[in-house]
Design a protein around this ligand. Structure first.
Ligand SMILES: [Fe+2]
Length: 340
């Protein structure tokens, strides 16, 4: 799909006041003095105590979003302190900010009420906080480092341990303020589908290729494919409601009927979607179980002033030792797929 419907506009943001912003700056400064690497530090009592001191309106907003997400599955927070930002890098894999930059510590604090950060050994070398900026060699690819339309997808659709939420903190918008994160909720799209499609999408007639971001260096036909899975499922008794799992670039029906239903779902997602153009200090949190997200196209200049987001993956559950890279850590190993 190369065009998008007009987005819905009804979205309230949680806007912090200057005293909240100042309080957050103070918490980040204290967090910077914790000496452990971030992966360990964020599991300490000291870090938990800092997260308890998040400004009340922010903490309550995140907890409410966690416990009773709105049907649109999106929370926008404005007024976050992001620190001094150097020029936007233009080569893949530049890790210019590191774990102790204020924006890294800020997202770790924000993710704490959502269960804390996870990373993946086979994506961005297991980093817990990712840098998202355009790279010339990826311009036309459906990647976070690309700049053409990136259609709707569940984050890490192929992985058995998918982040419950996805966070995107804007350090710098694109020059033209054109780049939009598109978010579409299954809770709003499903009513547009026929009963037959809703049933079909709940069958194991779909598979997903591993995304490009996890398979850098592999040829297209070398990318692994998941076992068959449904696109729609019903949530557990304590969190009822439909959940969604697909990546329009990588998920496919195993027969034409299943594929057609997936394409109708994607069209319904475009009909109900919302588009958010974040500015510096704005955070988008989405519930990765009930929304799919994507990005509009935009025009990078590769001049050091390009769009730059920090991306992170909250996950609320315990992780077993045998799926982790490091004991007691939060990074899933690249051979964890069969065990997770
Ligand atoms: Fe994504």
């Amino acid at each position: 799909m190369t065009t998008t419907a007009e987005p819905r506009a009804d979205l309230a943001a949680l806007t912090l006041d200057p005293s909240d912003t100042k309080r957050l700056e103070g918490l980040v400064q204290v967090a910077a003095r914790l000496t452990d690497p971030l992966e360990q530090a964020l599991q300490t009592e000291a870090f938990a105590a800092l997260a308890e001191r998040l400004p009340a309106r922010l903490r309550e907003g995140i907890e409410s979003f966690r416990d009773t997400p709105p049907d649109h599955g999106l929370l926008v927070v404005r007024g976050l302190p992001v620190g001094d930002i150097p020029p936007t890098p233009a080569t893949y894999g530049s890790n210019v900010l590191g774990e102790t930059h204020p924006s890294s510590l800020l997202v770790a604090l924000v993710a704490h009420p959502l269960g804390g950060l996870i990373g993946y050994e086979d994506e961005k070398s297991g980093a817990l906080v990712h840098d998202v900026y355009p790279v010339p060699t990826d311009a036309a690819k459906p990647l976070n480092s690309g700049s053409t339309l990136f259609d709707f997808h569940t984050e890490n659709v192929h992985h058995p341990v998918r982040p419950s939420h996805l966070g995107l903190l804007c350090l710098r918008p694109d020059h033209d303020r054109r780049a939009a994160t598109m978010v579409a909720s299954v809770r709003e799209a499903e009513p547009l589908l026929s009963a037959d499609d809703r049933e079909l999408l709940r069958t194991d007639r779909y598979r997903s290729r591993f995304p490009l971001s996890f398979t850098r260096g592999l040829a297209e036909d070398e990318r692994p494919v998941t076992e068959p899975h449904p696109v729609l499922t019903d949530g557990p008794a304590d969190a009822p409601g439909t959940r969604v799992r697909f990546n329009m670039h990588n998920t496919f029906g195993t027969d034409p009927e299943a594929q057609a239903a997936l394409e109708r779902l994607n069209r319904a997602m475009h009909t109900v979607h919302r588009a958010v153009r974040a500015d510096r200090g704005e955070l988008l949190l989405v519930d990765n179980r009930i929304v799919v997200h994507g990005r509009s196209d935009f025009t990078p200049r590769y001049d050091g002033d390009d769009r730059w987001l920090r991306r992170f993956y909250p996950y609320p559950g315990e992780l077993r030792a045998d799926v982790l890279v490091r004991a007691g850590g939060r990074v899933l190993s690249k051979d964890s797929y069969a065990r997770a």
